[in-house]
Design a protein around this ligand. Structure first.
Ligand code: TXA
Ligand code: MG
Length: 317
């Protein structure tokens, strides 16, 4: 049920069950992070492999020490500057965090989400919420309640409706090697913005074998329809004989008789607006009956770089 009833969500959580919650990035599938039964339900519902750990959501930075230990100074600094907000930090976990949350690792990923509804929810419970994005493993992340309902409608008693996610792209995930900050997943906070906060960071977002952050998986966030990403959609359109094509553009529309649906991310060329619209546009393109989706690569800096990373992982090539 799509609702704004926080008390109902709390009741369901206390019954060791799962609810969908809005955050400023994407919607999450949340359960009591201290309760293995609830956490296993999240993995099952999402059909997520158990090796892929979950993010733990806490109400405020004050509660960081309830889930993590041996926290580096830079982590405190980042918490102060970026929370509540779309930054996830991978830290040494406290022992009482169940292994199933962290996929047996000694680290836990933590963030303080910014959405008022979820903040109100977190303030009223005495446990953190383990929550991956509320999409089946590998598919496009949800940025509105109806996306979640489309994926899991029958299986969720509560989908908390917080409207359209303000940021629209997942949190940026960082870890620490000593005081060196390492970016594991590109997200709503750009590398440039992060470096303004904390100085130089290292970026390690592709792992060949065991992924630190399976946001690293090379194919991810993908529509059912084959998607191709290119700097010059015009050229791809000119070459193809496919007759039903969906197009994803940054600023302006293309003309071509075989385009059956087109999405423009930001007519004014604003990256934040483009990020906010990205997944909803991909959902619509995936449902428009096109045989392929051709997506335009954005200028490769700031959030343009994050969007390109998501498009690349959604693509065939
Ligand atoms: O914006 C977000 O981060 C959203 C909202 C709901 O908070 N959540 C989200 O969760 O994107 P999910 O599960 O789709 O992605 C979490 C990522 C995964 O790539 C996972 O591997 C990584 O976080 N992760 C979790 N725990 C980790 C750990 N201990 N070490 C390294 N990576 C970890
Ligand atoms: Mg996800």
């Amino acid at each position: 049920m799509i609702t704004q009833d926080i008390q109902h969500a709390i009741d369901v959580l206390r019954q060791r069950d799962v609810v969908a919650i809005p955050t400023e990035t994407v919607y999450g599938l949340a359960g009591n992070a201290y309760d293995e039964v609830a956490v296993k339900k999240i993995y099952a519902l999402k059909q997520r492999p158990l090796y892929n750990p979950l993010i733990v959501h806490i109400a405020s930075a004050d509660r960081l020490s309830t889930v993590a230990q041996h926290i580096p100074d830079k982590a405190y600094q980042l918490a102060k500057q970026c929370w509540p907000g779309p930054l996830t930090m991978v830290l040494n976990k406290k022992n009482h965090i169940p292994d199933v949350v962290t996929a047996q690792q000694s680290t836990v990923a933590v963030r303080v989400p910014q959405h008022p509804l979820t903040q109100a929810l977190l303030a009223q419970i005495d446990f953190p919420l383990a929550a991956p994005s509320a999409n089946p493993f590998g598919s496009i992340s949800p940025t509105r309640a109806s996306h979640v309902a489309q994926y899991f409608g029958k299986n969720l008693e509560v989908i908390l409706d917080g409207g359209d996610c303000m940021q629209g792209i997942e949190s940026t995930i960082v870890g620490f090697s000593g005081e060196q900050v390492i970016v594991y997943r590109m997200g709503s906070i750009s590398i440039e913005q992060l470096e303004k906060e904390i100085g130089r960071v290292e970026v390690v977002t592709h792992a060949s074998n065991s992924p630190q952050a399976p946001g690293m998986l090379s194919r991810h966030y993908a529509p059912q329809t084959p998607l191709y990403v290119t700097e010059v959609p015009e050229a791809m359109l000119a070459q193809t004989s496919i007759t039903r094509i969906g197009v994803l553009r940054f600023q302006s529309a293309l003309q071509h008789p075989n385009i059956i649906h087109q999405e423009i991310l930001s007519p004014s060329g604003n990256f934040a607006e483009a990020a906010k619209n990205l997944y909803a546009a991909m959902h619509r393109l995936d449902n428009c009956g096109a045989q392929v989706i051709i997506a335009e690569r954005l200028p490769d800096y700031d959030l343009g770089k994050t969007i390109n990373d998501k498009l690349q992982r959604a693509s065939q090539t």
